[in-house]
Design a protein around this ligand. Structure first.
Ligand code: AMP
Length: 398
């Protein structure tokens, strides 16, 4: 992989855009509850400032409706946090598309890129406008590299100089180390809410893995495919046949997708709901499956212990409610206790790992959810592809 790095470029006196991942969790009071992503970004920002660049930071936050400003998705708390951590003012610029006055040695934060109509569709006019704001883009947001959007792929197409930031490079190198020639058996665990959002991932992972554990709402669709009632659970009836096909495909290649033998159910989806453990065949029409039971957790722990490489994304249940968090937590503990090279990625997965306090025992924690899964399934990340193309052009200009 050929990428231009920050060291390869003279940044002094240049306007340097840095595409960050400041998509941090913010509570109802407007406080950031986890600043890890902001802390991780600091060295890149400091490096650009020390090199004499005028720095403009770009990021998305959440999923606002495009084209509209919405205070709820404002980067205001991020600007305040950055000002504290950098010990200098980091003004938040609300209207930045037509140009910002930023001098060498200064840093500004541009308001949520997703307030701009055309961001997600990588609208050419928008991308060109963004690219016209600076001389260089440093792409440092791994978690946003899998979708070709205006502030990622689009800017990189049109701005004079592009480079990959240190965070992005570190993430790509670490994932390659674990995935290019994984020690077998390879176990993938894909949890979360919906088969539909992870179908391509499930199909592709099946080609590579020796075992596939599905969890959460995804597992519910597989439970239905295996012929059990899932009551009022979150599941996708129109994907039951797809789940059946995946079970058959797995069996054909000697892999397995185990179906939970016991589950934790409730009659309502709320944080005070009473949790009941029962065998999978006893789920009634008025119940929701919200976690796996202890017997299933033990079975999964055995699979984890046998694996030499583990890829994990997505919770096994509604881990946000303590009474339905045990399946996900016991999985995190089993992975931490085992000897496999373990790669975990995605916001919920990291939150679950932190809930158990086993971060140090996971071999590599990726900041990306979708991007992590794309790499895990061997797909090129579009924004990395454009950075490579531009790196080759930049080399041939020299
Ligand atoms: P995803 O964004 O697709 O990775 O899904 C993560 C979300 O799935 C988390 O907020 C979990 O609470 C939720 N989830 C996991 N298991 C279930 C379940 N059995 N029923 C409903 N939601 C679930």
């Amino acid at each position: 992989m050929t990428l231009t790095t920050m060291q390869d470029i003279a940044l002094a006196g240049k306007i340097v855009l840095i595409r960050e991942d400041f998509n941090v969790p913010i509570n109802e009071d407007g406080d950031i509850t986890n600043v890890a992503r902001i802390l991780a970004a600091l060295p890149t920002i400091k490096k650009a400032l020390a090199a004499g660049a005028a720095v403009m930071l770009l990021s998305h936050l959440g999923r606002p409706k495009e084209g509209l400003f919405d205070e709820k998705f404002s980067l205001k708390p991020v600007a305040a946090c950055l000002s504290d951590l950098l010990g200098r003012p980091v003004p938040l610029i609300k209207n930045w598309l037509d140009g910002v006055d930023v001098q060498p040695g200064q840093v500004v934060l541009c308001e949520n890129v997703r307030f701009n109509l055309g961001e997600k569709a990588n609208d050419e006019t928008l991308a060109k406008k963004m690219a016209a704001l600076g001389d260089v883009i440093v792409m440092d947001a791994f978690a946003a590299a899998h979708r070709p959007q205006a502030s990622t792929y689009g800017i990189a197409q049109y701005i004079p100089t592009v480079c990959a930031g240190p965070l992005l490079i570190d993430e790509l190198q670490s994932l390659a180390k674990g995935l290019e020639q994984p020690d077998k058996p390879l176990l993938a665990i894909v949890g979360g809410s919906k088969v539909s959002t992870k179908l391509a991932v499930l199909r592709n992972l099946l080609e590579e893995v020796d075992q596939l554990i599905v969890g959460g709402g995804i597992a519910n669709t597989f439970i239905a495919a295996a012929g059990f009632s899932v009551g009022k659970s979150l599941y996708e009836p129109d994907l039951v046949n797809e789940a059946k096909a995946l079970i058959i495909a797995a069996t054909r290649k000697g892999a397995k997708i185990p179906i939970p033998t016991d589950v934790v159910v409730a009659t309502s989806f709320d944080k005070n709901a009473l949790a009941t453990v029962k065998p999978i065949e006893n789920v009634t029409e008025d119940e929701l499956i919200l976690d796996v039971g202890p017997e299933t957790s033990n079975a999964y722990a055995k699979l984890v212990a046998q694996a030499k490489t583990i890829i994990w994304n997505g919770p096994l249940g509604v881990f946000e409610f303590p009474q339905f968090a045990k399946g996900t937590e016991s999985l995190a503990r089993a992975i931490a206790d085992g000897n496999a090279f373990s790669l975990a990625g995605g916001g919920d997965t990291i939150a679950a790992i932190d809930q158990v306090g086993v971060r140090e025992s996971i071999s590599y924690i990726s900041t990306g959810g979708g991007a992590f899964l794309n790499v895990a399934e061997g797909k090129a990340l579009p924004t990395v592809t454009i950075l490579e193309q531009r790196a080759n052009e930049q080399m041939s200009y020299e």
